[in-house]
Design a protein around this ligand. Structure first.
Ligand SMILES: [Zn+2]
Length: 204
């Protein structure tokens, strides 16, 4: 029994939150802001570090329910990984970001008759390294992306007109900035892979 308990403790130690310094996409240092709460801001490292067993436990319930609710949402290349991250992981890692994406999908459907298409949710350290492989700033000091913490999601923008893009960006920021740990919530920008909406949200 003691052995099992120590094993469990060890497992939890390995997956427990590290004191991470989060920089948002503007590069603003959050070090002097209030400390992140444990549990909400765990740095999970590479995808291999997440508990597949836990994800599996929730698999059927969440995926079935969410898919019914969210039948028109699209995923880049119909990616199974993105679907898994959206339906299995996000409900546990960052429910408020999931709620935001649900609201956003309703908004774009209602106003423009178009669903959202997700192009990225979680990003591993290796993927972050690759994305910034040509960045001198990153070479000097590796910074974390909100995507590595389940704080970010990217939405395809080219299915929307310029006017729609402006409206979407303004709507998200107006609705969420005051509740967000980050200074801003949505930005239409390009990082590596073309123009898209980057969305970052952690409820204050
Ligand atoms: Zn992004």
């Amino acid at each position: 029994m003691e052995f099992i308990m120590s094993l469990i403790r060890k497992l939890f130690q390995n997956s427990s939150a590290k004191d991470v310094k989060v920089e948002d996409m503007t590069g603003e240092n959050k070090e002097n802001k209030p400390k992140l709460k444990l549990g909400t801001y765990q740095y999970l490292g590479d995808r291999g570090d997440t508990s597949e067993a836990v994800a599996k436990l929730y698999e059927m319930e969440n995926k079935t329910k969410r898919k019914e609710f969210f039948e028109d949402i699209k995923f880049k290349h119909a990616s199974e990984r993105l679907e898994d991250e959206f339906f299995f992981n996000l409900p546990h890692e960052n429910k408020h970001l999931l709620d935001l994406l649900e609201e956003l999908n309703k908004y774009t459907n209602r106003n423009f008759k178009k669903p959202i298409l997700l192009t990225m949710i979680f990003r591993t350290r290796a993927e972050q390294d690759y994305l910034y492989r040509n960045s001198a700033k990153y070479a000097k000091k590796k910074f974390l992306s909100p995507h590595q913490l389940w704080h970010g999601a990217d939405i395809r923008s080219h299915s929307f007109t310029k006017s729609e893009i402006d409206q979407i960006e303004a709507w998200i920021n107006k609705k969420y900035n005051s509740k967000n740990y980050y200074k801003w919530t949505a930005k239409y920008h390009t990082v590596g892979s073309g123009l898209h909406f980057h969305i970052q949200f952690v409820k204050k």
